[in-house]
Ligand binder design. Structure first.
Ligand code: ACO
Length: 327
């Protein structure tokens, strides 16, 4: 068994920023409603002509450059977590490989906003087991392309962006992933979904007319499901590892709604200094939110060698995943 080190980090945020006040001009909403209900003030939206693989490429390049300074040259796998792929076929990680021009296997992980945390588990397992030395792991979303801007209940919540980790094998087996827990409740698959475009309801003129090509969500039910599941799942993971909530140095939660994060913190008695949030600036960037938040916290020196980090995410599926990590 080996350990896992984060040898490179990168992010990419698109240029175009939309404030809540910008949204007030195109739909019946208000800055006050959005900020109070979600904690969001701004979101970034990808420019026309760019797609998820482009955002992934920019974040990946920064992470690969940093890893190269640590002597990392060869990448065995590219794992891309996304819910807004360039195409239905092929996987966006293949497109990213082509753009990077590096020799590596590739796969996508498609498990809702929890996809990056799931992909972190897969990548770490490949490295820990000795099957791989270096993995490029990217969470990237151009999810704004799936939004119906006349649907104020969903479109105000999301934004685009990308974050990347290069994960590398080290001999100290106590570093990297320590433990994880995951779960799915597929009976709630239609809480967050795009009805048309898959094999169940292929694209048609009717699906476009009925706006079934856009993301739909039952926000209130999502909210209730998350706050009833996540605290007990995190507690189970901490108990299993003989840890108390405030033994963790930093929590990186999926940035979906500040009220959800606050409810989880309150339930577990987590000190607010141990949580890094940036939902105000970026909104919910789906599978990109965890790596973007981690990148910012790391660059602000909120954590360092040997820090204990807990990554926690939930999303469409309905899926959730928690990872305990030692830097
Ligand atoms: N602006 C103004 N009013 C609005 C807006 C808006 N943007 N959206 C809805 N409203 C109205 C509704 O029409 C409703 O009006 P009514 O009372 O006259 O019927 C009222 O505000 C309350 O609506 P609710 O949907 O009940 O509001 P709620 O307090 O539940 O907040 C929200 C909605 C913010 C979506 C919340 O439920 C939430 O954050 N849920 C979780 C979302 C989430 O985490 N999704 C996960 C991931 S997304 C993904 O995986 C891709």
């Amino acid at each position: 068994m080996f350990g896992v080190e984060i040898s490179g980090l990168g992010i990419y945020i698109p240029q175009k920023r939309l404030t809540n006040f910008d949204l007030e001009k195109i739909m019946d909403t208000s800055d006050e409603w959005i900020y109070q209900r979600t904690g969001i003030k701004y979101r970034y939206v990808v420019e026309d002509g760019l797609s998820t693989s482009d955002l992934a490429l920019f974040a990946a390049k920064e992470a690969l450059n940093e890893a190269e300074k640590h002597g990392i040259k060869d990448i065995d796998y590219i794992i891309l977590a996304t819910n807004s792929p360039d195409y239905i076929i092929p996987a966006t990680s293949s497109v990213l490989q082509g753009k990077l021009g590096i020799s590596a296997g590739s796969m996508d992980v498609f498990s809702g906003c929890a996809a990056f945390v799931y992909a972190l588990i897969v990548a770490s397992s490949l490295i820990k087991s000795g099957l791989s030395k270096n993995v490029l792991l990217v969470g990237a979303e151009a999810i704004s392309k799936y939004l119906d801007w006349s649907d104020r209940s969903v479109s105000i919540l999301l934004g685009d962006g990308a974050g990347a980790f290069v994960l590398s094998r080290i001999n100290d087996k106590d570093r990297g992933i320590i433990d994880c827990n995951v779960g799915t409740d597929g009976s709630k698959a239609e809480l967050i979904y795009i009805p048309a475009g898959g094999t169940k309801e292929p694209f048609s003129e009717k699906s476009i007319e009925d706006k079934k090509i856009y993301l739909r969500m039952q926000g209130r039910d999502v909210f209730k499901s998350v706050v009833s599941i996540l605290p007990s799942e995190i507690k189970k993971l901490l108990d299993k590892n003989n840890l108390k909530p405030n033994d963790i140095d930093l929590y990186i939660f999926h940035q979906a709604n500040i009220r959800i994060i606050n409810a989880v913190m309150e339930n577990l008695g987590i000190d607010e200094k141990k949580v890094y949030n940036n939902i105000e600036k970026y909104a919910n960037t789906s599978a990109a939110s965890v790596p973007i938040a981690f990148y910012e916290a790391y660059r602000k020196n909120m954590i360092g060698p040997n820090s204990l980090v807990l990554f926690s995410a939930f999303g469409a599926g309905f899926t959730w995943a928690n990872v305990l990590w030692k830097l």
